[in-house]
Design a protein around this ligand. Sequence first.
Ligand SMILES: [Zn+2]
Length: 305
Amino acid sequence: MPLFAGFDLGGTGLKYGLLDRRGSLVFKGEAPSPPAINELIALFGQTWESLKKRDRREIRAAGFGFPGIFDLRQQKILQSPNYPTLDGFPLRPALAGLIEAPFWIDNDANLAAYGEFRCGAGKGVRNLVLLTLGTGIGSGIIIDGEIVHGTCGFAAEMGHLIVNAEGERCACGSRGCLETEASAGPIIRNYRRLSGSKEKLTAEDVAARAKKGDRAARRSYDRAAFYLGIGLGCAVNLLNPQKILLGGGIMNSSGLLLPGAIQEARRRCYRASLACCSIEKAGLGNDAGFIGAACWARDRLAAPA
Ligand SMILES: [Zn+2]
């Protein structure tokens, strides 16, 4: 049975692995991701060679997930806030010099959604949304079993859905995006503002305090849940999905977020549409990206040209 390789580049690490045709995991690994582009490309080459030696079965195709705005037509990342060395770099020719099998490149969050759709909590679901809540908010949308790309590949940026017209400025140029209201940064900032704390904290620290009864911490999570709920309501009205899956580090404290977010979503969208939709935790954790990349390559290879 042939194998399929998947790669998922993050701000600090490259996750990769091999799947068989049925989507079963054969091997997975991880390496630190260097900031310089030539070292990064060399890392892809080394990892590819090591994967080929790992199993005597042939690797039939590969998929690559990159963070940032990926232009499908030009096959390059136009802008990557978390990996600026990728900006405008011609990825396809660089990888073609190293990878002799057919390969596909896409945005990392799109491929994570595809991973959940094929192998995770979205298995058997034709219409789904994945939101990854962490330092930022990544998202991918699957409709009728296909990744929603839009015209040039820039669709499904749900992290930049405006949920608070008067909210904080966002790196995307807008203000009050889901990402500036309901990711780790605003949870920490709002806790500091409400409590007067000057400590260096993570969103997990704030969650731990909320669970112990710290009111400022609880209110900071309630605020994030409120804006997350507005975003979920928009997704439900726009797409009528069967599932919205929520992943990322912040979902380790899902009990602090999900009930409030679902309650707010209920106020913001058609009940009939929400009644069709299950809002729940994603299934594959940090592996969703490379698993989705491998599944995407497998399915593109099998698809009629
Ligand atoms: Zn934004």
